[in-house]
Design a binder for this molecule. Structure first.
Ligand code: ADP
Ligand code: MG
Length: 787
């Protein structure tokens, strides 16, 4: 058929020599070639039966025999026997110009000019934001192509994908008369001498890149019709005589128009070659943290010698990303090593507290309480985040901690984001603590001056043991006698300065959040906080029954709502903004007002009121208070009801255009109902019914586990879109993935803490390099604004 053996024999030989030499250099471990060296020989070695015989049964040989046979095979093929350099990547063979000797003095800060890539090369790199060797080394491949064994197109089945090397024989541009398509058709011959046609649709410019005789690497789907083999080309590049582009696992870099892969590979290669050994900021910790040395990791990340090595290399580089992120957060918050108060905790104290509770703490509550108490007993200042769904019992746990503080003669404070929540907490804490003889006070803005003054006096004298309040707690003129424990509810509503001010006295700090965010995200966003999770609800709760409706069936939701209202129950209806308005609040208000008007017509006998984001805090509180009192039946609201106000009679939550909310947020909204022991319902109305939307909403329909939902939200939408977390400064990691790298995050965090414990500001000489990398790279990786 098409076989032209004389052309390809030398090429074939070259293709065989390279992997055999690398296998030898790798210590004959049979890990250089995917599927084993013998498979390669079977494919490529047909014209060289002696080589096939030498290496038959390769996998079963011991290492010494393998080496012998490899050397003999190389001699037969006329190749060089490479020296074994296990720690270093093998240089590609016979690539003029890619090997530059290690530079005399080179560091991460050395400008890329030192690599002699020419003025054009420097410009290209600058376009990608690459200026120093550091940037180039961390310009990681976007993906890899396995080109260790290039197939012959003959062996690929019809319809399968393949990557092959082909030499251009002839080319033409064909216009199909009927549909007006432009086809570029190029005749190629692969390395085995088989001919095929490469096809491009409507890309006439491709023609210019196909000079006759050029050798290209082509990927695409193979089509075999009759005796004709075609390749529908999806990706191609000029092999350019470059062994960086074939015969190995080949990196494919993020690039821009006009910046070729071959160039980027050469640049990365030269950057790696410029270093004798790439310095490692974590040198002192490699063993302790079982990390691959950075030198090896970077070389493997760019030019992997095997999948396993690549995997390990990426682990190391991800580790560094998270470590730098966490070091940065920890250093900026100044938190991790601060001395705090040492509380004494006795079993009797806890017994007294438990005995006075009207219920038994759940296992999760007990676990989190013991984590908190361990912090309180230690001499370090506590900084702990307690996450748990609404109603999981965070407040009860906080009450235990406040009780312990009071037993130690210290004062405690609980700060809530709104007055109505502060009052609710005040009632609850009074219920828990008053019977134990602990004095609890409330401080909110709406109190009369006289009332405020007397609370302030009691705070200052120490008469008040626990105070609950809003921002009023951190106004000027508030002075504690001895603040030992601060509990902050719904942390994300408080700004930086506010938290700092309350922390002025360095009390132990407990932050409570009902926005369940995945632990991995919490650890990165709140690197300075320990995280505890209450992942179990108290017994006897019936989960809120949840159903998805579409636009067509949405009135069913309101028919059902009317039935519930007839029973004396109450209904929430939440709407997101529908159109882009001047501002989010304006658009939401418009949507809510329209919905209210519609519902007043649909449900004439129902008392309806409205809550929206443009109201002042006091107005919102007043509406919620009246709803709680039963002054009306149905509350139309924008998303402002997220806060944890208890409306025990509310049994229905209807969410319009539910797809516009994050899953975590939907879950939180659903948590507004079912708080009074009544059977409760949540209806999600899908404004559109794409597969993606329904898949997301089904997570809510099927689960009531806030942490599971948050994980799914992260998986389906990515961290940037998570609501309830700071939008700005979300980590924008190059390699790391918050959804799947939890183990690495935990490890890097542990190391970051250990490092800062020994050297809080990275001033010791052994940390000089780490400090420099932190300054240079943390910005590039991206981090949140520090609390
Ligand atoms: P959160 O602060 O997480 O929203 P709370 O501490 O306010 O939760 O508890 C919600 C409700 O559940 C309260 O009425 C509380 O009395 C009750 N509760 C808390 N823990 C338990 C428990 N272990 N068993 C039964 N009920 C509990
Ligand atoms: Mg609460």
């Amino acid at each position: 058929m098409n076989r032209e053996e004389h052309v390809t024999r030398e090429e074939l030989k070259a293709r065989l020599i390279r992997p055999i030499a690398r296998e030898l250099a790798d210590g004959a471990q049979d890990r250089v070639v995917a599927g084993g060296l013998e498979k390669l020989i079977q494919n490529l070695g047909q014209p060289f039966p002696e080589v096939g015989r030498l290496l038959a049964g390769y996998r079963q040989m011991d290492v010494e025999t393998r080496k012998e046979q490899l050397k003999k095979a190389l001699e037969l093929l006329g190749g060089q026997v490479a020296e074994s350099r296990p720690q270093r990547l093998e240089p590609p063979q016979a690539v003029p110009g890619t090997r530059s000797p290690a530079l005399e003095t080179v560091s991460f800060d050395t400008p890329v000019e030192a690599l002699n890539l020419g003025p054009g090369g420097r410009k290209k790199l600058a376009e990608l934001g690459i200026r120093a060797l550091r940037d180039l080394l961390h310009h990681y491949p976007r993906r890899y192509e396995d080109r260790r064994t290039l197939q012959s197109i003959r062996e690929v089945e019809d319809g399968a994908k393949a990557t092959v090397v082909g030499k251009v024989l002839s080319r033409e541009l064909v216009k199909t008369p009927r549909k007006g398509l432009q086809l570029v058709q190029v005749r190629f011959m692969d390395a085995w001498g088989w001919k095929f046609t490469g096809v491009w649709f409507n890309q006439p410019w491709v023609l210019k890149q196909m000079p006759e005789g050029a050798s290209l690497v082509l990927s695409g789907r193979v089509q075999k019709r009759g005796g004709v083999t075609s390749l529908m080309v999806e990706y191609f590049e000029d092999e350019g005589g470059e062994s960086l582009s074939t015969g190995r696992i080949v990196p494919v870099y993020p690039a821009k128009e006009g910046i070729g892969q071959a160039f980027l590979r050469r640049a990365a290669w030269r950057a790696l070659e410029a270093f004798q050994t790439i310095p490692d900021p974590l040198e002192p910790y490699l063993k302790q943290a079982s990390l691959m040395p950075l030198d090896r990791a970077l070389r493997q990340a760019h030019f992997p010698s095997s999948e396993e090595q690549l995997e390990q290399a990426l682990q190391r580089l991800k580790f560094d990303e998270f470590l730098l992120l966490e070091l940065k957060v920890m250093i900026e918050s100044g938190g991790s090593a601060l001395l705090g108060r040492v509380f004494r905790v006795t079993p009797e104290m806890l017994e007294r507290f438990r005995a006075a509770l009207p219920f038994t703490l759940t296992g999760a509550q007990e676990r989190v309480l013991s984590e908190i108490l361990a912090d309180m007993q230690s001499e370090r200042q506590m900084a702990r985040l307690v996450q748990g769904d609404v109603g999981s019992g965070k407040t009860a746990v906080a009450a235990a901690a406040l009780f312990v503080a009071a037993q130690n003669g210290a004062q405690g404070a609980l700060m809530a984001p709104t007055e109505i929540l502060a009052k609710q907490h005040f009632e609850n804490l009074t219920r828990y603590l008053y019977p134990l003889g602990v004095s609890v006070d409330l401080l909110v803005g709406s109190m009369s001056n006289g009332e405020k003054r007397s609370v302030l006096e009691r705070l200052k004298s120490g008469q008040t043991q626990v105070v609950v309040g809003t921002h009023a707690l951190i106004q000027d003129g508030v002075a504690f006698h001895d603040l030992g424990l601060a509990v902050i509810d719904e942390e994300h509503r408080f700004g930086v300065m506010q938290r700092r001010r309350l922390l002025g006295q360095r009390p132990d700090v407990l932050v409570m959040s009902a926005t369940p965010i995945p632990r991995s995200l919490a650890l990165t966003l709140y690197g300075d906080l320990e995280v505890s999770q209450i992942d179990e609800l108290p017994p006897g709760r019936t989960p809120v029954r949840t159903k998805i409706l579409t636009q067509k069936t949405r009135t069913q939701a309101y028919a059902f709502a009317r039935q519930e209202i007839k029973k004396g129950h109450q209904v929430f209806v939440v709407t997101p903004m529908i159109e882009e308005g001047e501002s989010e609040a304006t658009a939401e208000l418009a949507a809510a007002t329209r919905l209210r008007e519609e519902l007043e017509i649909l449900l004439p006998d129902v008392r309806i009121d409205l809550l929206h984001g443009k109201m002042k805090a006091e107005e919102k509180d007043a509406v919620m208070e009246r709803f709680k009192q039963g002054a009306f039946d149905l509350l139309v609201s924008t998303t402002v009801i997220e806060v944890g106000v208890d409306i025990p009679q509310a049994t229905v939550m209807i969410i319009e255009n539910a797809e516009r909310f994050g899953l975590a947020q939907l879950h939180q909204l659903r948590g507004r109902v079912g708080r009074g022991g009544l059977e409760s319902y949540c209806v999600l109305i899908a404004g559109e019914t794409s597969k993606r939307t329904l898949e997301r909403l089904r997570v809510i329909e099927e689960s009531t586990d806030g942490f599971y939902i948050a994980e799914q939200d992260l998986r389906l939408r990515g961290p940037g879109e998570l609501r309830g977390t700071r939008q700005s400064g979300m980590p924008d990691l190059r390699l790391g993935d918050l959804a799947s790298d939890q183990a690495i995050i935990e490890q890097s965090r542990a190391l970051a803490k250990a490092i800062l414990e020994a050297d809080p500001y990275l001033e010791q000489p052994e940390h000089a390099l780490l400090k420099r990398e932190l300054q240079a790279r943390a910005e590039a990786i991206g981090f949140r604004e520090v609390i």
